[in-house]
Design a protein around this ligand. Sequence first.
Ligand code: ATP
Length: 251
Amino acid sequence: MSAAPPDNDVLWARGIVKSHDGTPALRGISIGVREGEVLAVTGPRGSGKSTLLGCLSAQLPVDEGEVWFNSAPVHTLARAGRERLRRDRFGFVGSEPHLVPELTARENVALPLLLAGAGNKAAYTAADEWLERLDVGDCARLRPERLVQSRRQRVAVARALAPLPPVVFADDPTAPLHREAADQVMRILTSAARSHQLTLVLATHDAELVRFADRAVALVDGRLTAPVAPVPRGTTAPGANGAPAVTATRR
Ligand SMILES: Nc1ncnc2c1ncn2[C@@H]1O[C@H](COP(=O)(O)OP(=O)(O)OP(=O)(O)O)[C@@H](O)[C@H]1O
């Protein structure tokens, strides 16, 4: 019988092992994510960041170990249960903005709200607001093919945030953006998370982005190397095994 996860962890995982076609990607990860926390998962390419986000977000079934969301087990869910969880409770931003090509920007952003049962007026009003916030309000009536990659990515961020899911997973969300645009999108992602008490789990190989997080953990070769305990705001935590310290400051 396994121990129950702590009440204040919205996501909690213990001993996750995951391989892709026999290649180990995660070699025993235990981690908790607090409600409303902005957690950065850093590490070099191929260290397992995307796989960890995939396991925490119910996209990938784990080979071994446990994943819990709001004190309910995820690792025991069948595919349909995992899909429902992802649809109803999680938002996603990837490094590629996968927008529906036939729909305009505002239709893309309104889509998850409409699928969740919102009325047309509410869905399109929210879509327009989020597009404005992401500084792409002028693109509302354009289809993705008419937008440059960086603007498409902003639309994808608006689409992920508009339904206000309890947890947003962002896997290298600033990859297609230059520094200034990356910082702006990170500011919007993190300020939206904080003002709406959303939990944000961010995977990035860009060390510059760690400053936007409350806490950072580092993966190397499928193992965590940095502390997973929450860092008190405005303080500096020593890294595990002599790893670089991570400063956590809410802004
Ligand atoms: N679908 C897959 N099939 C086979 N191997 C995979 C697959 N996805 C990931 N891997 C392998 O698993 C390991 C971890 O990959 P993962 O994408 O999780 O790392 P990452 O840190 O997110 O890398 P990146 O920063 O490049 O996205 C790597 O060795 C990778 O080659």
